[in-house]
Write a protein that binds this ligand. Structure first.
Ligand code: GLU
Length: 270
């Protein structure tokens, strides 16, 4: 089975984005999928050009269930802040990028899933013992990413008085943390665990282990895609049932990451 070909649709309505040639994966039998490129363990473009991470494995499994062959899958980079836009403009057919399902986003995109449950947490420099709980944050400098639920939760609930730096991606926050520009960065524990465990980072950072929110990851697709949504939900269910989900979690998240069991109900939006 095939999802509608984004290239054809975009060409018909004359979208400049696709016409500019950023596409290339929209031909017959090809699919473009949005993932993060800088989140080890979750969605990562390695220096040798290969893709790794739990979202990559989920996206690959789903694409194959939809009928696409491995070498017909193109991964495109998304940022937290452009996931909705890239779907709307048919640059990608779906997105698997640590993307939390919530009501506000459902106004703009459809979700399949959830396929994973993460929790917002904080990462600090290993030697810094001045932050142990959320209440410590108001006097600190914090980094988060534009367009993420982490940034919104930080501003609205966690530390409205903290001075916050919002950057485009979490790897940029990590540099700011390492360089002492900020005292902590905040996002999902799945993402933070990946940075802590990354080769070269061992012993440099510390996660606080605070479950500050529930982040139910969904696969995002263009609004009004009930057929695709049903197929992706079925693929996620199958991935959980046949053991591939568990294998992907174990492969991608380090042994110290306490992951939640697979979501019991995969029914977002249906
Ligand atoms: N899961 C959160 C979100 O969707 C944070 C991770 C991210 O920004 O990708 O906003």
């Amino acid at each position: 089975m095939r999802v509608p070909k984004a290239g054809a649709v975009a060409a018909m309505i004359g979208l400049a984005l696709t016409a500019s040639g950023c596409g290339g994966a929209e031909g017959e039998g090809n699919i473009a999928i949005g993932i993060k490129f800088d989140q080890p363990g979750v969605g990562m473009r390695e220096p040798d050009g290969t893709f790794t991470g739990f979202d990559v494995d989920v996206a690959t499994y789903v694409a194959k269930e939809l009928g696409y062959k491995q070498d017909h899958i193109t991964f495109k980079r998304v940022l937290s802040n452009d996931r909705e836009l890239l779907l709307e403009y048919n640059e990608i057919q779906f997105v698997a990028a640590s993307y939390s399902i919530n009501e506000k986003r459902k106004e703009k995109v459809d979700f399949a899933g959830p396929y994973f449950l993460a929790h917002q947490d904080l990462l600090v420099r290993a030697a810094d013992t001045s932050i142990t709980k959320a209440e410590d944050l108001n006097s600190k400098r914090l980094c988060s990413v534009t367009g993420s639920t982490s940034a919104e939760n930080l501003r609205k609930n966690l530390a409205p008085k903290a001075s916050t730096l919002e950057l485009g991606g979490y790897s940029e926050c990590l540099v700011a943390l390492q360089d002492g520009l900020v005292d902590a960065m905040t996002t999902d524990n799945s993402i933070l665990a990946g940075y802590s465990a990354r080769k070269g980072n061992e012993g440099k950072f510390r996660m606080l282990g605070l479950n500050l929110s529930n982040e139910n990851y969904g696969i995002g697709m263009k609004k009004g895609s009930p057929e695709l949504q049903g197929k992706i939900n079925a693929a996620i269910r199958k991935m959980i049932e046949d053991g591939s989900w568990e294998a992907a979690v174990k492969k991608n998240f380090g042994p110290s990451y306490k992951y939640e069991p697979a979501p019991a109900a995969v029914t977002a939006g249906s």
